[in-house]
Design a protein around this ligand. Structure first.
Ligand code: PMP
Length: 381
């Protein structure tokens, strides 16, 4: 028998709890509050027949010029000082997380991030060997200054964070940016939810407030258009672009030109702004329905804040329950949710939190699923 010799890094690779949950969540009959799935009703009909055959040829690693121009203009409109040359089109913003991790993280590299944070970012950063430093947006100096031992990178998702749905205040954004400039910590801002906004709130990118330090800002077409296209983009400060472009080239040469062409058709529609408005209005209705159900079923079981944007409610249960075990019982009753545990740096602290996606389930499913889930929790306490 041959003995395979794998890289040391692979020992940091653990199976993704989200992948396991999503596998069962997609079974027929399952009511799923688990993944961050957009509502399938919102997907546009796309016509590929008009696509120039040229799009089937290899293309530029940085992405289609017309798409980069458009993205640069959109980012300028939200105060980011970028040119099209600062933009790299990604095969989903998950790829941005991987490229940035490759660029910054060696074994033991300090990375500042919130606990909880987006779990697939935690997984990718751990894979490359990060030493995580907990970041509190109310007191960022602790993580960023690090007693002379600055982190190399700070990963933030300040606008409708996954999993909590929280949005940093203007004050938090300014304070963080000025400290990042002072300490020279590079900032990686992940912003896939910004268009799913339900109330007037400051969403100015933190990167737009930076004056000196290096930065990467990324967003996605997954939540505001269609995740199956696997398309996102990053914008980076001039010093980082050449490195990221080489990493992108090495990873997959370029993102699908077919997807880029389809996205361009959508972005160029005169009705695009109206479509985004409609999408947010539909999700607002879903959020409000969900909130009414939570008040009905969970008032005595948990505390939560109504999210001002994004796709999630984050519930902290009043009693200590192992929510990973709760998930197994819920799944046996055809309801799936995301346990809080894998989002935390120290998994223990998440035991009694759950993340509920409100965009995917229909109104009837939400009514039934939340009733089942609350009864399960009540029986467990
Ligand atoms: N970042 C965050 C915070 C996310 O929630 C997600 C998707 N759930 C991603 C990145 C990756 O999204 P995609 O690759 O579909 O753009």
């Amino acid at each position: 028998m041959s003995v395979i010799s794998l890289s040391k890094r692979v020992s940091n690779l653990h199976s993704s709890p989200i992948r396991e949950v999503l596998a069962v969540a997609n079974k027929p009959g399952m009511i799923s509050f688990a993944g961050g799935l957009p509502s399938a009703d919102s997907f546009p009909r796309m016509d590929i027949l008009q696509m120039p055959r040229q799009m089937l040829q290899y293309g530029p690693s940085e992405g289609e010029p017309e798409l980069r121009d458009l993205i640069a203009t959109e980012l300028q409109n939200i105060e980011l000082d970028v040119k099209p040359e600062n933009i790299i089109v990604l095969s989903g913003s998950q790829q941005g997380i991987d490229l940035v991790a490759k660029l910054f993280i060696d074994h033991g590299t300090r990375v500042a991030l919130q606990s909880p944070s987006y779990l697939a970012a935690l997984q990718a950063f751990r894979f490359y060997g990060m030493h995580a430093v907990a970041l509190d947006p109310d007191a960022p100096e602790q993580a960023l200054s690090g007693d002379g031992n600055h982190p190399a990178l700070a990963y933030i998702n300040p606008t409708f964070q996954n999993p909590t749905g929280h949005c940093w205040s203007t004050q938090q954004r300014l304070q963080f940016a000025s400290l990042a400039d002072k300490t020279g910590v590079a900032v990686f801002e992940d912003d896939p939810y910004r268009d799913l906004v339900y109330e007037q709130i400051d969403r100015t990118p933190v990167c737009a407030k930076l004056k000196k330090t290096s930065w990467i800002y990324q967003s996605s077409f997954s939540k505001n258009l269609a995740p199956g296209l696997r398309l996102g983009f990053l914008a980076a400060s001039d010093d980082l672009v050449p490195y990221l472009l080489r990493l992108k080239q090495a990873a997959d040469l370029h993102s699908s030109r077919v997807s880029q062409w389809l996205v361009l058709q959508e972005l160029n529609k005169v009705s695009r702004a109206e479509q985004l408005h409609t999408l947010a209005a539909q999700y607002l209705l879903k959020r409000d329905h969900f909130q009414a159900l939570l008040l009905e079923h969970f008032s005595d079981l948990a505390v939560w804040q109504v999210p001002t944007g994004g796709l999630f409610f984050w519930l902290k249960l009043n009693t200590t329950i192992n929510t990973s075990e709760l998930l197994a019982s819920a799944i046996s009753q055809n309801v799936a949710f995301m346990p809080g545990e894998p989002f935390f740096l120290d998994p223990q602290s998440g035991y009694s939190a759950i993340r509920l996606n409100f965009s995917h389930a229909s109104a009837d499913e939400a009514t039934k699923g939340l009733s089942v889930l609350s009864a399960l929790i009540r029986n467990n306490t």
